[in-house]
Every structure is written in structure tokens, then in C-alpha cells.
Design a protein around this ligand. Structure first.
Ligand code: SAM
Length: 286
């Protein structure tokens, strides 16, 4: 098992990422044409919050569990909480869905999903999880290289004009990962300009992220939106104080969908004195 992610499953970063992911899936469902989703760093598909690694850190207590207890009546957050409940109904009371499970849950029969995972045990678990779902292809390979190989998406001879790419690296390489991710996004956008691209990133000290955000605004996308949720002041390099999603080519008026959800998340998960959430265009849609 990839214990690194299992330790953190259901934390505030996962909540932000998974709420945004479900919002994007919902927007894709507004038109009947099939959509394609690529999950470049997929993980094992589902996690057990009552297993030793996750239970030991208790991070989900300050993330998913805190939100579930607050139960804010906001449509996108309700969608997320309902999805976790559906995962639990399927897999047991301690289960928590990873991004591949959420994609498979939220997308439709005509849509297709490709998931990449580089860690062999995680990839094997993911393959086993989706063996019975013909929409989902699991690739044991480097997710960044897959953006080159799998975009623009063609599945069984069919081309996809719509869809999303989730890039969710582990940031084991710390700041160097931002460079790699930006390079991959640039290449992905060149290969599939119609696609929506979503990169998750951790926030420790926000000022360290300024060069990354500057470069993100210069990517060859039609639009670039940033959604950040900080659960405490972003002044300590030692812990994850929050996280963000860089969203390129988002659906029309997606900022209006996200704004109330991020505001409600900040109220439910923020510690006293946490900065306000941030929803900001780096590049406004033309
Ligand atoms: N996206 C998942 C979710 O939301 O449930 C969580 C993914 S976890 C943060 C990152 C995953 O990326 C780990 O399972 C790790 O093994 C995998 N990984 C690391 N480097 C990779 C690479 N270059 N290509 C594909 N997967 C990679």
C-alpha cells in the first residue's frame, strides 16, 4: 500500500480536491456528448480511514469528518458528502473514495476514464477495483508521460472533444514538482486545447508559491482560475496549512459554482484566524 497517501486520505486537501473534481464532473454532464477524464496520479482508488495509517494521523478528522459533522447545506458540498456516503454504502463505513472512484461515480456510461499510477501495489489495487467497469482503463505508468501518450484522447477509435485532466502529484520532490507539473500542463494544453486541466498543490508558505502562480498565469490556456482553502495561517514551512487547485479552461461560470462551496468549506474546516479562502482568476476567460 502507498502509505504516504493513505496517511492523508480524507484530509482538508483531499476535501478541496474532491469537491472541485465533482463540480467539474457535474459540468461535463451538462452536455450529452461523451467526455474523457485522465487521472495522472490516481492512487489506489479507495482508502480505509479505519486502517492503521489513516487512523494514526487522524487527518480525516480535521477534514472529511469535520465537514460531515457540520453538514453545510451547499449544493456542491452535499454532492461530495453524498458521494462519500455512496462509497461507504458500497465498501463499508470506514471507506473514503479516491479520485478514480469519484470519477467513476460521477461520470456517465458514455464517458471514459484513464487512470495512471506508478507505484506497483497501488496500480494493482486500482486495477482490481475497476476490473468490472468497462469505462475505466488503468495504466501502470508515469502520469506525466501519459499526458503526452494519451492526449488528445482517442478510445476505441473515438475522439473526445470534452473532458478533464486531474494532476495530483505527491510533491515528494517539494518545489521541483511544481516545475515538472507546469511543464506537463503546458504540453497537455498544446496536445488537447479543449481539455480542462486541474492541478492540486499544497500550501505551506504562500509566498513561496508566487513564481509558480506567475508561470501558471502564462500557460497557453483560455483561462486560469485558482481556488485555495487555508485552514490556518500560511506562514509555516513545516506543515500543510492549506492547498489549492489551479484550474485551466474551466467550464463557463465555474467560479460562480465554486464560490459558495469554498466559502462554506472555509467556515467548516478553518481554524480560528485562518485566512479567507481565495478564488481568483490568474487569466480571465476572454
Ligand atoms: N489522486 C488521488 C486521489 O485523489 O485519491 C491521490 C493520489 S496521491 C496524492 C499521489 C499518487 O501518485 C500516489 O499514489 C503515488 O504512488 C502516485 N505517483 C507518484 N508519482 C507518480 C507518477 N510520476 N506517475 C503516476 N503516479 C505517480
Amino acid at each position: 500500500m502507498n502509505y504516504r497517501h493513505a496517511f492523508h486520505a480524507g484530509n482538508h486537501g483531499d476535501v478541496l480536491k474532491h469537491v472541485v473534481l465533482l463540480g467539474l464532473c457535474e459540468a461535463l454532464g451538462h452536455k450529452p456528448a461523451p467526455a474523457f477524464a485522465l487521472d495522472t496520479h490516481a492512487g489506489r482508488g479507495t482508502y480505509a480511514l479505519d486502517d492503521a495509517p489513516a487512523a494514526r494521523t487522524g487527518e480525516a478528522q480535521a477534514g472529511y469528518a469535520k465537514l460531515a459533522a457540520a453538514g453545510p447545506p451547499e449544493p456542491l458540498l452535499t454532492r461530495y458528502l453524498d458521494a462519500v456516503a455512496a462509497c461507504r454504502a458500497d465498501l463499508g463505513a470506514g471507506a473514503y473514495p479516491g479520485s478514480p472512484w469519484l470519477l467513476a461515480h460521477a461520470l456517465r456510461p458514455q464517458d471514459r476514464i484513464a487512470c495512471c499510477e506508478l507505484q506497483p501495489e497501488e496500480a494493482a489495487a486500482l486495477k482490481a477495483r475497476f476490473r468490472g467497469d468497462p469505462r475505466v482503463a488503468v495504466h501502470y505508468r508515469d502520469g506525466y508521460a501519459a499526458m503526452r501518450a494519451l492526449l488528445p484522447p482517442v478510445v476505441d477509435g473515438a475522439r473526445f472533444g470534452r473532458g478533464l485532466v486531474l494532476v495530483d502529484p505527491p510533491y515528494e520532490a517539494q518545489l521541483a514538482e511544481f516545475e515538472v507539473a507546469l511543464r506537463a500542463l503546458r504540453e497537455g494544453l498544446q496536445r488537447w486545447p479543449q481539455g480542462c486541466f486541474a492541478l492540486w498543490y499544497p500550501v505551506k508558505q504562500r509566498r513561496v508559491l508566487l513564481p509558480f502562480l506567475r508561470s501558471a498565469g502564462n500557460l497557453p490556456a483560455r483561462s486560469a482560475l485558482v481556488a485555495e482553502l487555508l485552514v490556518r495561517a500560511d506562514d509555516s514551512p513545516l506543515r500543510m496549512n492549506g492547498s489549492g487547485m489551479l484550474l485551466l479552461n474551466v467550464p463557463y461560470r465555474f467560479d460562480a459554482v465554486l464560490a459558495p462551496a469554498i466559502a462554506a468549506l472555509a467556515i467548516a474546516l478553518g481554524e480560528p484566524g485562518a485566512p479567507a479562502p481565495r478564488l481568483e482568476w490568474l487569466k480571465e476567460p476572454g
